[in-house]
Ligand binder design. Structure first.
Ligand code: PAF
Length: 278
């Protein structure tokens, strides 16, 4: 069947059909990481809807909303080649009424770690994701583990608000040299890109250690060695469900997450580790 392009909410509602629906929410500038989300969606449902919407609500006033890469024609080709059924590509005016009043608050978990550096970011993410769920009415929705705190907050929203959708987290896709794929990687110069490799190197160094203090120290050592071109925002080792720092005696899954600026580009990355009783 031909790809349906729904450019507003009415078109999207008309494109609804029966069967299991999987939603892959994106902001476009699709790369191999998005392809892997779409493939997971394909495997899980009869119909795949990809939303492409650069959501103004989740960008702070000094962030990159206006320069965020917009590559709609190339994105459509990716969707076509992956057998996507519907692309939902609304305008900001269609998604948000000028007189809208109600939006979601992400709570304490939205104010820590990434949320501390990007006030209001997760409120904007949750508001648009809930709108997308209401519009598309998917059975499953796929999000990348690369945005680990976003994924955790979406799981919390679904649990706290009884949203009838199954959330699937998809593994981060990396370049052969370790750099996590991101739409923002295209901002990096060749020199920036070399500096940016310190993020995944730091996570690997941390992951090779057995306990929180040594994990943090090993990862910090790599970040420190990267020099002043790497402007580290945070390195945390957190409980994946709450994003609070884990204690030395913690056992189970933990997320080692890092955020840093390289030039004017802000990058995030993380790995999931299993901490065993010693
Ligand atoms: O991860 C993203 O690209 C965005 O935060 C999302 C989930 C599409 C919401 O705008």
């Amino acid at each position: 069947m031909d790809l349906i392009i729904a450019r507003n909410r009415d078109d999207l509602v008309k494109a609804r059909t029966g069967g299991e629906v999987a939603l892959v929410p994106t902001m476009g500038a699709l790369h191999e990481g998005h392809r892997s989300l779409i493939r997971l969606a394909r495997a899980r449902a009869d119909r795949v809807v990809v939303s492409i919407f650069v959501n103004p609500l989740q960008f702070g006033p000094s962030e990159d909303f206006s320069r965020y890469p917009r590559t709609f024609d190339a994105d459509l080709e990716v969707c076509r080649s992956e057998g996507v059924d519907v692309v939902f590509h609304p305008s900001a005016g269609d998604m948000y009424h000028p007189d809208r009043q109600v939006s979601l608050r992400s709570g304490r978990m939205g104010e820590i770690v990434e949320g501390a550096s990007r006030p209001g970011h997760f409120d904007g993410v949750l508001t648009v994701v809930l709108k997308l769920f209401n519009l598309v009415q998917p059975h499953v929705a796929i999000f990348g583990q690369k945005d680990a705190q976003q994924l955790a907050l979406i799981r919390r929203m679904v649990a706290d608000l009884d949203v009838p959708v199954e959330i699937i987290g998809a593994p981060t896709v990396r370049e052969p040299d370790g750099l996590a794929l991101s739409s923002r990687n295209r901002y990096l110069s060749a020199a920036d890109r070399q500096v940016a490799l310190a993020l995944s190197r730091a996570l690997r160094a941390g992951a090779a250690e057995p306990v929180p203090s040594r994990i943090r120290a090993a990862a910090h050592a790599v970040l420190d060695a990267a020099g002043p071109e790497l402007d580290v925002d945070y390195l945390v080792l957190v409980d994946p469900a709450t994003f609070t720092e884990v204690q030395e005696s913690y056992t189970g899954e933990a997320v080692l997450a890092v955020a840093a600026k390289v030039g004017s580009t802000r990058l995030i990355d993380n790995v999931t580790l299993t901490l065993n009783p010693t």
